[in-house]
Design a protein around this ligand. Structure first.
Ligand SMILES: C[S@@+](CC[C@H](N)C(=O)[O-])C[C@H]1O[C@@H](n2cnc3c(N)ncnc32)[C@H](O)[C@@H]1O
Length: 280
């Protein structure tokens, strides 16, 4: 097993062994052990944490380059709007919204996420309200925000639907939001999954396609959605889909294929499922 995968799986296994802790505590412990900084997962934890302004700007660059979707995204379109970021990690997106003039509130379930985002904002002289909170249970009044953004977070919850309910509750009527979760109808889910399940024999140890994701996917929980499921679940909560986008990270998906085929595959079977929605 690659070091990177070993590292992720060992954390999950260690947490699994813990008795008498809540399901969401397990999620939190995983992210405290592996804060999201766009550094390789197999690097030592301390070396993955940004410490200086230069480090934070590097994370921002990696966040933008690692997610080609943001090339066409206007962080300045929310000037003077109250924006909530759920699961801010290092604070890269929150700082970009704040630089664009938005009034940003950022939340993360981990202490490290909160600390990194505060430091990031301070280094860049940005005003961001950063709070420690669980997406499933947000301490904000109803209809409090003009825009909600959550990138790669809500699928890591033990109860993603409860987190979606909170998004719907705290978003103002008639305004929009964007959520990215993992795409089930993706090459990564099926090809890597079947590789681990069949070729590496995990099927004989009781794993299934969903559970085998533990070996190579970040987070203690990592629920994958199809576009249809995501639209349906949010629709039930009054969050009407404006647009679904399927994309992938900036990495080379399959090294030997020509670029145009890779781009087509990313647009159709990429791992990132983005939904832009409006609250009715
Ligand atoms: C994959 S990282 C993404 C971070 C950031 N959005 C980014 O793109 O750089 C997931 C983040 O969500 C946070 N998180 C996970 N579950 C959460 C929850 N239930 N409520 C709030 N934050 C959560 C983790 O602590 C982690 O910082």
């Amino acid at each position: 097993m690659k070091n990177r995968d070993k590292n992720l799986k060992n954390t999950t296994d260690d947490i699994l062994k813990k008795k008498n802790i809540g399901e969401q505590e397990r999620n939190k412990l995983w992210w405290e052990a592996h804060p999201m900084t766009y550094e390789d997962w197999d690097k030592q934890r301390e070396l993955r944490i940004p410490k200086s302004k230069k480090d934070f700007l590097k994370v921002e660059e990696n966040f933008l380059n690692g997610n080609p979707f943001f090339r066409g995204f206007d962080f300045g379109a929310f000037k003077n709007k109250k924006v909530l970021e759920i699961g801010c990690g290092s604070g890269a997106a929150s700082c970009l919204f704040a630089k664009g003039g938005a009034k940003v509130v950022a939340v993360d379930i981990t202490k490290e996420g909160v600390e990194m985002t505060r430091k990031n904002a301070n280094f860049q002289n940005l005003k961001i309200k950063v709070l420690r909170a669980d997406a499933k249970n947000l301490d904000f009044p109803n209809e409090n925000f003009d825009y909600i953004f959550s990138w790669g977070v809500l699928h890591h919850s033990q109860n993603t639907i409860k987190a979606f309910k909170e998004v719907s509750r705290v978003l103002r009527k008639g305004v929009s939001g964007l959520i990215m979760v993992y795409n089930k109808n993706s090459l990564r889910y099926y090809i890597n999954g079947l590789n681990w399940l069949i070729l590496k024999g995990k099927i004989f140890k009781g794993y299934n396609l969903e559970k085998v994701q533990d070996f190579y996917t970040d987070g203690y929980y990592h629920r994958h959605f199809t576009a249809r499921e995501l639209k349906k679940e949010l629709g039930k909560l009054g969050l009407k889909c404006d647009k679904i986008i399927i994309t992938h990270m900036g990495t080379k998906m399959i090294p030997f294929l020509p670029k145009f085929i890779i781009l087509w595959l990313k647009d159709h079977f990429g791992w990132l499922l983005i939904i832009k929605f409006k609250k009715e």
